[in-house]
Design a protein. Structure first.
Length: 85
């Protein structure tokens, strides 16, 4: 499953835990099965109160509870961009 990527892969994936077609758990399962996507870190976003417990077994790089402070999120995104270069 390629998930529509073309060109260079992203340095970070932000994924909501609850989405209409494919939830974050299912996305992570498919991502880890894809050799071209498996190494890309994922940060989960959700308003789910148990997000820390949910994200741990998924092996994500982190998580944010909604509502998210945009400046904090942008700082984290920038740190992953720096690591990728």
């Amino acid at each position: 499953m390629v998930l529509g990527l073309s060109g260079e892969p992203p340095s970070l994936i932000l994924s909501d835990l609850v989405m209409p077609v494919m939830d974050g758990r299912t996305f992570r399962k498919y991502q880890l099965q894809s050799p071209s996507l498996a190494s890309i870190p994922v940060i989960l976003l959700s308003s789910e109160g148990e997000l820390a417990r949910t994200s741990a077994p998924l092996g994500t790089a982190g998580y944010f509870l909604k509502p998210i402070e945009i400046e904090v999120l942008l700082e984290v995104i920038r740190s992953f961009e720096t690591l990728a270069t």
